[in-house]
Design a protein around this ligand. Structure first.
Ligand code: NCD
Length: 339
């Protein structure tokens, strides 16, 4: 396993990640991918540590892959689900977190429907002088760092399987299509892909893609020193699909959040599919080797044609899910100070 200068306590956002941080995650994930091909897929790295999944919002892939990752690292795991917990009796989120602290939790993996909850819990853990580490597993519309890291790993390990690294992304054109406004996945991906030197083209209807996204990430707002000292982040906004797809190397589709339909941000799912749905025909605008990604869950036939999703040549969706385990093992290992 590689030795690293990793110093981050928590992973809440990718805004202040440097190219070398991404490379550390990619290389560590590549080592764990190799471990996952062995007959015995368990390593003793986090033996004796407790990893608690605090998921206040539903999740299939993220929660289960964090749990499997923790188990592969030999950690003990606890799972919190709001429906069957004391939250239903009026307990506050911080008190819930403190109960898990008292049970000896070392790492908290947190998902919440409100932006900022993982940061608030991390602040409280630091204020109390604990050694608890916090991983953001998706907060409101803010960020979903582990998803963007597994997307990055999926792309880089396709480009050079034995040696995934960010420099492979320089000059690659990546289209991100769909409900950008509400997407924490898009926000984290914008940070990682632009830091890697990719050209990011966002496409969606104006109601789901504010023009200001062109300036998103220009300021490196949260970074104490700029994560991108000399390289300008390249982000383009399109209210039509075609210019984003032209000569694209990768197309990332996002779930159309049907719950937003109530706010009249979209005329109808049919019209959305007609204008922004990814079809085989539309992919002809892209480079011949184009690949399609989607974080899941997918609305089949809305953001993506059903047959594309199952196409083993075009779709990277199954690889995203399986790579999620290795990437989450890497994150738990790095922040857990694994050996
Ligand atoms: C995403 C999420 O929950 O943010 N899914 C995921 O984590 N795999 C995207 C979504 O819900 O649309």
């Amino acid at each position: 396993m590689l030795t690293t200068a990793w110093t981050r306590r928590h992973v809440i956002s990718l805004a202040d990640f440097f190219p070398e941080d991404y490379d550390t995650v990619l290389q560590t994930a590549a080592s764990f991918s190799e471990v996952l091909t062995r007959r015995n897929k368990k390593v003793p790295t986090l033996q004796g540590q407790v990893v608690t999944n605090l998921f206040f919002e539903p999740s299939t892939r993220t929660r289960n892959s964090f749990e499997l990752a923790a188990k592969r690292l030999s950690a003990d795991t606890l799972n919190f689900a709001p429906g069957s917990s004391s939250l239903a009796k009026g307990e506050t989120i911080l008190d819930t977190a403190k109960a898990y602290l008292a049970m000896g939790t070392d790492i908290m993996v947190i998902r919440h429907q409100e932006s900022g909850v993982p940061q608030a819990i991390a602040n409280e853990m630091d204020r109390l002088g604990t050694n608890v580490r916090v991983l953001n597993a998706g907060d409101g519309q803010h960020e979903h760092p582990s998803q963007a890291l597994l997307d990055l790993y999926t792309i880089c390990s396709l480009l050079d399987p034995p040696n995934p690294r960010v420099e492979l992304l320089r000059g690659q054109k990546i289209a991100i299509v769909g409900d950008i406004l509400h997407s924490r996945v898009a926000r984290s991906n914008i940070w990682s892909l632009t830091a890697a030197g990719a050209e990011v083209h966002l496409a969606g209807p104006p109601t789901l893609l504010p023009r200001e996204f062109a300036d998103y990430a220009q300021a490196d707002v949260n970074a104490s020193r700029s994560a991108m000292p000399e390289l300008e982040r390249q982000i383009f906004v399109h209210w039509q699909l075609e210019p984003a797809l032209e000569n694209a190397d990768f197309v990332m589709t996002l779930r159309l959040q049907k719950e937003r339909m109530a706010q009249h941000l979209l005329p109808s799912l049919r019209e959305y599919h007609q204008r922004f749905g990814i079809t085989r025909d539309r992919l002809k605008l892209c480079k011949p080797h184009v690949k399609v990604l989607h974080p899941g869950p997918v609305n089949r036939g809305v953001e993506l044609n059903s047959d594309l999703m199952d196409d083993p040549v075009l779709s990277l969706i199954p690889q995203q899910v399986s790579n999620g385990v290795a990437v989450r093992m890497a994150l738990l290992y790095l922040i857990g100070g694994g050996r």
